[in-house]
Structure formats: C-alpha cells, structure tokens
Ligand binder design. Sequence first.
Ligand code: ADP
Ligand code: ADP
Ligand code: ZN
Length: 214
Amino acid sequence: MKIVMLGAPGAGKGTQAKMIAARYEIPHISTGDIFRANIKEGTELGKKAKAFMDQGLLVPDELTLELIMDRFAKDDCANGYVLDGFPRTIAQAEALTASLRKNGDALDYAIDVDVPDEDIVKRMGGRRACLACGGTFHILFNPPKKEGVCDLCGGELSIRKDDEPETVQKRLNVYHAQTQPLIDYYTEEGILKSVDGTQEVGKVFEDIVEILNG
Ligand code: ADP
Ligand code: ADP
Ligand code: ZN
C-alpha cells in the first residue's frame, strides 16, 4: 500500500503516519525527519536544507527529490510506504507520479488531514519533538509519560525552531500557496480522501483505518 499524507503543518500527519506504519507494517517516510537527521549529523544536504527550514520556506524541489528517490530505492519500500511531508509541491507530486508510472505502479490513497489554521497555531505551541527518533508529542493533547522525555526511545524532547509563532504563520502561508493545490491534483487522480483532523488522535485514526480497509 502506497499512501500520501496531506495537510497543513501541524495537522497531525506525522502522528497518524506513524500509527498507519505500525498497523500496516509499512515504513513511515518523513522528508522533514530526514532533513532534521541530516542537520543533526552536519551533512552537506543538512546545511543546505537548514537555511530554508529555519525560515519556514520549502527546501528546493531538486534537493528534496534527490533525497526521496534515494529513500525509495531501499528494500523496505517494496511493500509500500506512508509518505509524510512529501510531496509538498505540484512539481514533486508530478515527479512521484512519473517515477511510479515507470514501473507500472501508482499511489493508492492521498489522505488529507483537515484542520483549520486557528487550531494549527494553538497546536504548534505545544508540540515537542524527539530529534533522535522523530517521535512527536503535545504538552496537552498527547503528553509523553515523563515530561521532556520521548516515550519511544528515551531521547530528549525539544521545541522545533520552526515552531515559533511567526514561523508557523509563514509556513501556513507557504502551505496554502504551494501544497494545498495537491488536494485538487489528487482529487483529479481519483485517490483523495479527507478526514476531520480536529477530532482526537484515536478518532482520526479510526476514520483513516475505515478508508484504508474500505
Ligand atoms: P510539519 O511536520 O510541521 O509539516 P515537516 O517536518 O514535514 O513539518 O517539515 C519541516 C520543514 O522541512 C518544512 O517546513 C520544509 O522546510 C522542509 N521540508 C520537509 N519536507 C519537504 C518537502 N517535501 N519539500 C520541501 N521542503 C520540505
Ligand atoms: P504534522 O506532522 O502534520 O506537522 P504532528 O503529527 O507533528 O503534525 O502534530 C502536530 C502537533 O499536534 C503535535 O504536538 C501532536 O502531538 C499534536 N496532535 C496531533 N494530532 C492531534 C489531534 N488529533 N488533536 C490534538 N493534537 C494533535
Ligand atoms: Zn524518540
């Protein structure tokens, strides 16, 4: 099964993608996590990506595509994957469609996690992320068992630099301008499904499972 998660920054794509990956035994691929891991390791790619990410801008398509195509080549992608944060532009979506089509393949679902901007701004202030494993928590809505510590790996939780309120607003603008058009793109491809992302985490997941099992 090949799934794309769509939605604004902070809509809950990562939270749901991890649950889907566990339930359906497919890898969760987050371009944001891969970029952050590269920044942490101080790679060339990380250095290039950081300048864009810190400003709330998208990393250029060329760099992003190179990275994701490398990731698709790994063995664990053979049975599918859930993509979180990719594609984010029409050019990326077209490149993905073309690369799948070359092998007579296609995506199964594009799931839009729908959350209004007002809720996003509230959520981002409480987001805490684990740089070690990509785990994501929320101080009110999804608190870790021990404050500041990742439930999944014991790593330290931190506030992402791009989760400051001004950068969040900028990322929302970028989302509306560059990523939201993908909703129409995948509607035309006939694979778009929408879920109400304002519901609690477990209910959103139930709705997604219904789609995937349907
Ligand atoms: P969020 O979880 O808030 O949606 P991500 O972790 O997916 O954020 O992405 C963080 C940042 O990484 C983005 O603001 C952008 O700068 C960069 N990024 C991630 N994925 C992509 C992509 N597919 N294309 C361009 N930039 C990306
Ligand atoms: P995205 O990957 O779309 O940027 P995340 O999965 O990182 O979003 O979620 C953003 C923040 O909102 C995190 O702090 C997360 O714990 C929290 N969150 C995720 N889903 C929900 C939900 N359904 N209700 C309330 N908070 C949520
Ligand atoms: Zn962790």
